[in-house]
Every structure is written in structure tokens, then in C-alpha cells.
Design a protein around this ligand. Sequence first.
Ligand code: F6R
Length: 268
Amino acid sequence: MRVLIGSTPDEVARIAAENVLAGLARHGAGADPVLGLATGSSPLGLYRELARAVQEERADFSQAQGFALDEYIGIPDTHEQSYRQTLVNEVCNTIGLPAQSLHVPQGMAESVEAIEEAARDYDASIAQAGGIQVQILGIGSNGHLGFNEPGSALRSRTRIKRLAANTREDNARFFDGIEHVPTHCVTQGLGTILDAGRLVLVAIGAGKADAIAAAVEGPISASCPGSVLQLHQDAVVVVDEAAAAGLKLREYYDDAAEELTIVDIAVH
Ligand code: F6R
């Protein structure tokens, strides 16, 4: 795992975007980009930087496929707080990913069974696209990844989950009161997330410090779903100073962030 610490949210956004582009180059092998997309406030700066890279012709998402991490159950696609709508506004319209190439788990259907079946099909559609090359992630203050709340199976696949009470409280700011926050969602599973070529997780602010410390340096445990990052071969965690505050190995991360040069190799 690489842990990269930016001094400001803008620097975090720039570092994260460069790691997304490098991850696509590394795991895309010349194919069209396949991106996993998180909603929430953490990756907004990263999406802005990707949009800048498109303007500067360093990136092109016109042929890309995007796979959302999760979707609420029970609110229509057209609802302004649906994750489809949010990603169309915040990602498709800024980085030029065609809205018809945005895949989102199905949160509305005639029955629970139909939602479950669509969730299984979602994993199949990721595989059909050749797998997610780079998965963008945030982390909940309770350590959740996607909506895999504490207690989630470490090898879970896309499925229905109950939202934790504190997640509903955190997300009430987007709705007219907590009673309007859905109780359930469909989320990529932790096993689904681990299948991506590279994971780029962004966290900003003191409210994420405990979750980041537990995910990066704590035991691998369903109690902190973010700790599955430790099982991934190419996970990059990009945080600001406040979110890094609980990390014990800070000095090592700073040393390791320096590029290996030919001089280093000659010295040893
Ligand atoms: C978003 C998602 C969540 C968020 C997390 C952090 O699709 O699945 O895991 O990444 O709740 O949210 P923010 O970034 O708003 O603090």
C-alpha cells in the first residue's frame, strides 16, 4: 500500500488524480478506461483534476466505462440525491464520460429478488467490461468502504446492505431530514472492490483520522471494512494532514513517497 499525504485538499486532489491516471495506464494496457466511481465529498477535487487533465488533453474518457460503487434503494434514478444523478452531474458532465456508459447498481425494482438479481448482474457486467482498472474510493467515519458497513464480509459481492445508523446521520445533510434518508442500498462488495486493478482512496479532514488509522494500520477485520485495502496489491491512500493525524508510521510513508532513483540503486 502507498500512503501519500498532501498538505492541502487541493494537493490531495492533484496527487489522487495523478495516481488514477497512472493506474489507468498501468492496468488498462491500451484498452479504453474502466473507472470505478465513488460519490460523496472526498473525491470531488479528484474529479475536478481529472476534468482539468481532459482539458489539457492528458486524459480522455469519451470511450470510458464507469461503474458506480453504490446506489440507494427506493429513490428513483431521476431523484437529485440518487447516486446516478449525482455521478452524471459531478463526473459525466465534467470529465466527459458519456452518461450511457455510466453503470449504477439498480436500486428500484418490483421486488427485492429483482434487486438481488440485478446486483449479481452488476458484478457480471464489470467482468464483461474487462474489470475495473482503477476504483476511486472514499471512507466513512465508521470505516465503511462503498456502503459495506462494519460487519461486512471481506469477500462480499455486490448486494443489498442495510445502512448503519451513523451513515444515515452523516448523509442526512443531503436530504430534508434523516427520515428521508433511505435505509438500504446496493453496494459493490468488498470482494468486488478488491478485484479492481488499482484502488485510490481519498480522505480529508479530522473526522476521517480514526478510520484511516484503522484501515491502514489496524488489524484486517470486518469491524473496519476499509482494512481490506491491506489485502490489495496496488492500493493508494491519499489523505490530508488532518486525516493522517492518527498514523503511526508517518515518517516511513514520507520517506517511501520519494521516487526510487538510479542514484539510490548505485549507492546500495
Ligand atoms: C460513496 C460511498 C461512501 C463514501 C463515504 C465517504 O459512493 O460509497 O463510502 O465514500 O461515505 O463519504 P464522504 O466523501 O462524503 O465523506
